[in-house]
Write a protein that binds this ligand. Structure first.
Ligand code: AMP
Ligand code: MG
Length: 472
């Protein structure tokens, strides 16, 4: 049976100023490394044979109905505005409407140079491709809104970074690839007709109930506030929260130097290029507000009365910190088994986190052990923990079933950095056992899976990953 993707491409129907159309570059010998059959089913894709899928998801064959294009956008990178970015190593093949009625993008990442590649080669190597595959699928299983991974293909070509590395292409699926930077580029250039068209498009696609640009701003704020609180709750550090990596749909996008925290500390940071710690774990809520302010600045350019617009936009942005705090509290209450809201909750949570930071407790294992296990073992200052635990137990008194809520809210399994690094090292040697195992185990992160206990261990001292790198 040959592969069929039911494309329906709305973005390609926008004006040519939104993109640059082109086919993916050919690769020497594409080979299918992974294909996500569950996701394919959701997208209503009928898979073909392995070779056909390798040709399509490696970029050698453009499937019927696809209209490949590189999307134009700009963005603030580490606070500095870059007037033109765009898909430099990615191509949107098109969109499908899934069995759930949701429209999604299907994008090749690593498919060759585009009109927006600047000095880049448009390619990706195996490491970042497998990393994004595993981590984005793990995020999905954890219940965090995210882009997904449909396929990974090795190209048989060498990609040159500091050394020669095996090339690969990731097929990424997203609710859309609209970013804050997609709006910034038209606003900054004064292209108001395009800005208005993009605003209408985003509203129709993501937030059909939203009323105009300020309605869109409000909806993006709500989605981003919920998203960032979920990152905080699972110990996820995005690593490069530039405005071009900030999605309008409220999904996690761009798994470059991202990482999950092992030892808890608010200033945890892995990205090798983030010297100031701008995107450290504890800064993520503030950065999300900063990014929303950039979206606000872009959106108001199209209003007839910018002055009133500024006031309304300011109000919308200023409400975001409290909103995020509310989501954060809700997430962390659940992590402690609490279903109701009481005044002392913020202190209860903060006290635990402060103790964890002081004692260098493992974030994931400490929370998980509150539901089953020995949380005391995660602490050095056990008297202090005992005192905290007594408060917590008192708080839990009226809760009907805190244990099961705790276990549903605290994963046993996260894609730990050292495992990801080991997985990549093995894959480069041609061994995909750990890649497949991680995908399997991480698809059920809240289950005990006692035979996989090894994957719950924090890194040994010689396994600790010190730095992560952008996915280039
Ligand atoms: P990122 O930080 O990964 O979101 O990438 C920022 C910008 O750099 C985007 O416009 C990317 O398309 C572009 N880029 C990253 N890597 C490459 C590459 N290898 N070739 C061309 N463009 C790239
Ligand atoms: Mg990006």
């Amino acid at each position: 049976m040959s592969m069929h993707i039911p494309f329906d491409n709305s973005y390609a129907r926008l004006a040519p100023s939104f993109y640059s159309k082109q086919a993916p570059d050919r690769v020497t010998s594409p080979s299918l490394l992974a294909f996500n059959t569950d996701l394919a089913q959701l997208l209503d894709i009928s898979p073909g044979d392995t070779d056909e899928m390798a040709q399509v998801f490696g970029g050698n064959a453009v499937p019927d109905g696809a209209e490949p294009l590189a999307q134009l956008y700009a963005g603030h990178q580490f606070g500095n505005y870059n007037p033109q970015l765009g898909d430099g190593r990615a191509l949107l093949l098109g969109e499908t409407i899934g069995r759930d009625g949701v429209r999604r993008d299907i994008q090749l990442k690593g498919s060759g140079r585009t009109a927006y590649s600047r000095a880049g080669d448009g390619r990706a190597w195996l490491g970042p491709v497998l990393r994004e595959y595993v981590v984005s699928e793990a995020m999905h299983a954890l219940g965090v809104p995210t882009t997904r991974a449909l396929a990974a293909v090795s190209t048989g070509e060498t990609v040159w970074r500091e050394t020669g590395l095996p090339g690969a292409v990731l097929t990424r699926v997203a609710s859309s690839h609209l970013r804050v930077g997609s709006f910034q580029i038209f606003a900054r250039r004064g292209e108001i007709t395009n800005l208005k068209a993009l605003t209408d498009y985003a509203i129709q696609r993501h937030y059909p109930g939203a009323d105009g640009p300020m309605g869109l701003l409000r909806a993006v704020r709500d989605a981003q506030a919920a998203l960032i609180a979920k990152w905080m709750a699972v110990g996820f550090i995005h690593g490069v929260m530039n405005t071009d990596n900030s999605s309008i749909s409220g999904e996690t996008i761009d798994y470059g130097p991202c990482a999950f925290m092992d030892v808890y500390h608010p200033q945890t940071l892995f990205s090798s290029i983030d010297r100031q710690g701008r995107y450290a774990y504890g800064n993520q809520p503030d950065i999300a507000v900063w990014n929303l302010a950039q979206l606000a600045t872009a959106l108001i350019q199209q209003l007839d009365d910018p002055q009133t617009g500024v006031e309304e936009a300011t109000e919308i942005v200023h409400a975001m910190p409290d909103m995020m705090q509310e989501h954060w509290l809700q997430n962390f209450r659940a992590k402690l088994g609490i279903t109701t809201a009481r005044d002392g909750d913020l202190n209860l949570i903060s006290d635990l986190l402060a103790l964890m930071a002081q004692d260098q407790s493992d974030f994931t294992n400490t929370f998980r052990s509150l539901g089953a296990g020995e949380p005391r073992d995660q602490f050095i200052d056990r008297d202090k923990f005992d005192a905290w635990e007594a408060n917590w137990k008192a708080r839990l008194q009226d809760e009907p079933d805190p244990q099961s809520l705790i276990r549903r809210s605290n994963p046993g399994f996260i894609p730990r950095n050292h495992r990801i690094e080991q997985m990549i090292t093995k894959a480069v040697e041609g061994d995909f056992t750990l890649f497949n195992r991680l995908n399997r185990v991480l698809s059920r992160p809240y289950e005990d899976q006692p035979d996989q206990a090894e994957l719950r261990h924090p890194p040994k001292s010689d396994e600790v990953v010190q730095a992560t790198f952008c996915g280039t």
